[in-house]
Design a protein around this ligand. Structure first.
Ligand code: UD1
Ligand code: UDP
Length: 377
């Protein structure tokens, strides 16, 4: 009897997850004889422009399961996903669960799967900022400690895992799957009229994205950031698609109206993937604290000013176009960009648009090696 397709849950929860899940979903769906990919959306991000827009842009079908968890404290959100996802696994047991990135839903789903003895794979494993005040660092450590398969985006991830004592056979460097999304959508990104429609000429503006709690959650740090942005905008106009966390804080601290009144700063709603990447691709530089944006700018060779003390993606600094900059150094960093004193960098190994294929091969080999039973038996 032929083996029925293996049911694989792909956990998607928040904006940065969708472009990691999409290429894998499409690659597994093309192998429908062997795999039955199933999208599970936890509902951690739920605004249309933080969720639905990405399903449209990345040609994803409606999620097969929607857990509707929404916002809350760390415990509320993590526990909410655990309770709802456990229920789903008990009624619709998958052969493999794939979690991506480092959000609360990632660790929650990994905990549920492993406790039910369902194999769990982590895509984007091994990244470490070594800053445990970042909630994502806790999520990464726990997810990697309990997952059965660890797919890293770059070799520094392998080194981190080996240094933590993870057996070599669990680790595989598959490359950066976000780049697959970019390559998949490259033609539509390049054809997007967004930058011109916003009145920007190529290389004559900067894109800003900020949402880390350490930057935006406190009045003092957010106030200083707003002043820093106003100051650099005198030399380079800015477009700032504002993350909902940041918008809420800007409003709460009475900082939004001053920013919106500035003629050199365009405050806009969060953008879909295609419109956002079209802006990044045309920008002179990017000012960010995002994880994914550090990687996308490295791939595109666009100067990236990362307003953080640490990064879990050091390869974007050592090989790419990223620099970690403190707020005091923001103006000097913009000077360097404008004077051409910035590294263009190179693309790290396996950031080539082929990561999803390597993941699918790894899954096939893993099922062969473990002879893991299927749900249908
Ligand atoms: C989360 C992730 C972070 C990731 C970011 C990507 C965790 C701990 N954090 O941070 O790693 O970098 O997503 O964007 O998992 N909100 C809305 N609408 C939405 C979603 C959120 O209004 O669709 C608002 C709510 O007020 C919410 C706040 O944003 O309380 C924060 O959302 P949450 O998902 O808890 O964390 P993020 O800051 O988005
Ligand atoms: N992004 C987007 N629209 C925006 C801002 C970001 O499509 O307005 C995309 C972008 O491709 C980026 C990804 O969302 O790589 C990552 O999201 P975010 O910065 O929220 O999360 P992080 O990567 O920091 O976890």
């Amino acid at each position: 009897m032929p083996t029925p397709p293996r049911k694989i849950h792909l956990i998607a929860a928040a904006r940065p997850n969708f472009m990691k899940v999409a290429p894998l979903y499409h690659a597994l769906a093309r192998r429908g004889d062997a795999f039955a990919p199933c999208l599970v959306h936890t509902g951690q991000h739920y605004d249309p422009n933080m969720s639905d827009a990405f399903f449209r842009d990345l040609d994803l079908p409606k999620p097969h399961h929607f857990l509707g968890i929404g916002s809350g404290s760390h415990a509320e959100q993590t526990a909410g996903v655990m309770v709802a996802y456990e229920r789903l696994c008990l009624s619709d047991r998958p052969d493999l669960v794939v979690v991506v990135g480092d959000v609360n839903s990632t660790v929650a789903a990994a905990l549920v799967a492993t406790k039910l003895h369902i194999p769990c794979a982590h895509l984007e494993a091994g990244l470490r900022s070594r800053d445990r005040r970042m909630p994502e660092e806790i999520n990464r450590l726990v997810t990697d400690a309990i997952s059965d398969l660890l797919w890293t985006p770059s070799v520094d991830g392998d080194e981190n895992l080996r240094a933590e004592g993870v057996p070599a056979e669990k680790i595989e460097c598959v490359g950066n799957i976000m780049i697959d999304s970019y390559e998949m959508m490259r033609a539509r990104i390049s054809a997007d009229p967004g930058p011109a429609a916003l009145g920007f000429r190529p290389r004559e503006f900067a894109v800003v994205t900020l949402h880390r709690p350490s930057n935006v959650d406190h009045r003092e740090s957010l106030g200083r950031l707003v002043d820093g942005l106003k100051s650099i905008s005198e030399r380079l106009p800015l477009v700032f698609p504002v993350h909902p966390r940041t918008r809420k804080k800007l409003e709460e601290f009475g900082l939004l109206s001053g920013l919106a009144a500035n003629q050199r700063i365009r405050i806009i709603e969060p953008l879909g993937y295609i419109a956002f990447m079209a802006l990044v691709q045309a920008a002179r530089c990017v000012v960010t604290d995002s994880g994914g944006v550090q990687e996308e700018t490295t791939y595109l060779g666009i100067p990236c000013i990362t307003l953080r003390d640490t990064t879990e993606r050091p390869i974007t600094v050592t090989e790419g176009s990223n620099r970690l900059v403190r707020l005091e150094g923001l103006a000097a960093a913009v000077d360097d960009v404008l004077a051409g004193r910035w590294q263009t960098g190179r693309r790290p190994r396996y950031w080539d648009g082929q990561a999803a294929g390597r993941v699918v091969d790894s899954i096939a080999r893993w099922f062969e090696r473990t002879g893991s039973p299927t749900t249908a038996r």
